[in-house]
Design a protein around this ligand. Structure first.
Ligand code: VGL
Ligand code: ZN
Length: 198
């Protein structure tokens, strides 16, 4: 069975949000058009406690976009975003949530970031997404959402690594592009890992 994964379609990643992705709003109608065709639709939700360690605000003298070391892992510092219970963490109001079967929250541990919908960035803890997909008999995932160069990329790489046939639908993704070429590089990395780019 094929599942559609909607990655982080939340206000903070759309124009006007705290970590706005350019043209991020353009993927909402794409998601709405695609989701009736899938027997199973899962949405991930970036869901940080206030004061999350991935926020630049928590590191004196550091700026958004700086890279620090956090417990031995490189960590890009982000603006405060997707804080639990806030408007920014809510799903885009235009997204057809009635067509969504299941929600997976990630980034809930204050100490570690979680770009992938499957694991935290150190791969210490699972989110439950793999178990859920397996229980539902899913063997293939198609991915749209935000952001191409972070959460889409790492979710897709984990999906293919876990044995799911994995496709990313280009029309339905947009990236942060902190540095020019990041999205192109992310797409190349995904293709190299055996992910089909549609
Ligand atoms: C994301 C940076 C921080 C994403 C989430 O959804 O791609 N990027 N948190
Ligand atoms: Zn985040």
């Amino acid at each position: 069975m094929i599942a559609l994964l909607l990655i982080d379609l939340q206000n903070d990643f759309l124009p006007g949000g705290a970590l706005a992705v350019g043209e991020g709003d353009q993927v909402i109608p794409v998601a709405n058009r695609l989701l009736p065709a899938y027997p199973l639709v899962v949405a991930t939700q970036d869901w940080h406690p206030a004061g999350h360690r991935s926020f630049a605000s928590q590191h004196a003298g550091k700026s958004i976009g700086d890279v620090i070391e956090l417990d031995g892992l490189p960590q890009v510092l982000w603006p405060d975003h997707c804080i639990q219970g806030t408007w920014g963490a809510q799903f885009a109001p235009g997204l057809d949530m009635g067509g969504v079967d299941h929600i997976v929250q990630k980034g809930t541990d204050p100490q570690i970031d979680s770009y992938s919908g499957f694991f935290d960035n150190a791969r210490r803890k699972r989110t439950g997404l793999e178990d859920y997909l397996q229980r539902e008999g899913v063997d293939e995932v198609h991915i749209v959402g935000l952001a191409t160069d972070y959460c889409v990329k790492f979710t897709a790489l984990d999906a293919v690594g876990l044995g799911f046939k994995t496709k990313v639908i280009l029309e339905g993704v947009r990236g942060v592009e902190l540095h020019e070429g990041d999205c192109e590089a992310a797409i190349a990395d995904m293709a190299k890992a055996g992910i089909e780019i549609l």
